[in-house]
Design a protein around this ligand. Structure first.
Ligand SMILES: [Zn+2]
Length: 224
């Protein structure tokens, strides 16, 4: 059998692929799984077949893969460990939010259930990690709330950033420098489709960002 960290990385990649599927799609294409894990399509297929044999996934040759209920639960538990570790590293260890993802990628496979439970308790049973990603329950269930991004939300409305859907350290630093972290306020003044850009009014300043960056900042209408 394969090392458990490999199995967990596949479960996580398929889970995240499923979350990004359009409503009418059921399966994550194998090419996408392979590129997310930086392996060849042949390697990915071998692994996914093994997952299917263990009852963790459904594999349809030439179409793709999706997780079984058991696979989704395990993926949820990996994400729970990852996100609690990230929050612990930021809140307790004083690390920066742009440097904790890589650490969590390692630790998510080795921290014990007991340690995670202790971290969860110590942090006051938090619901979100430093990037605004929801922390799954001890049963591996994740609250899935559909949020608009700065690319799709209404313009001229007070908004609050809820989640940053990109863990790239340079991107996270850009977000921090421009006061666009989860919890901070922002408003979309206008979108320019020709220039592929979005004009924002932040807490302290106005700025223009590209459409790609805008699509990775999730927001909700600010009710306060
Ligand atoms: Zn992370």
């Amino acid at each position: 059998m394969f090392p458990s960290s490999t199995v967990e990385n596949y479960l996580k990649a398929i889970y995240q692929g499923q979350a990004a599927l359009a409503r009418d799609e059921r399966l994550v294409p194998m090419g996408q799984v392979a590129s997310a894990l930086r392996v060849t399509p042949g390697t990915a297929t071998t692994m996914v077949k093994a997952l299917a044999e263990s009852g963790l996934a459904e594999y349809e040759p030439y179409s793709g893969v999706r997780l079984s209920a058991a696979g989704e639960k395990l993926a949820g538990l990996v994400l729970r460990r990852h996100r609690l570790v990230e929050l612990f590293l930021v809140q307790v260890m004083g690390m920066k939010w742009d440097e904790v993802h890589d650490e969590a990628e390692q630790l998510e496979h080795v921290v014990s259930e007991r340690l995670i439970e202790r971290i969860d308790e110590m942090l006051g049973r938090p619901t979100h990690d430093p990037h605004g990603d929801p922390i799954p329950s001890p049963e591996g269930a994740i609250a899935t709330l559909e949020h608009d991004s700065l690319l799709t939300c209404p313009t001229g409305m007070p908004l609050r950033v809820t989640r940053v859907a990109d863990q790239d350290p340079a991107f996270l630093r850009f977000i921090e420098q421009n006061d666009l972290k989860p919890g901070q306020r922002v408003e979309v003044e206008a979108r320019d489709t020709a220039a592929d850009s979005v004009k924002l009014r932040g807490q302290a300043r106005r700025l223009t960002i590209g459409a790609r960056a805008a699509s990775k900042l999730l927001v909700e209408i600010d009710q306060s």
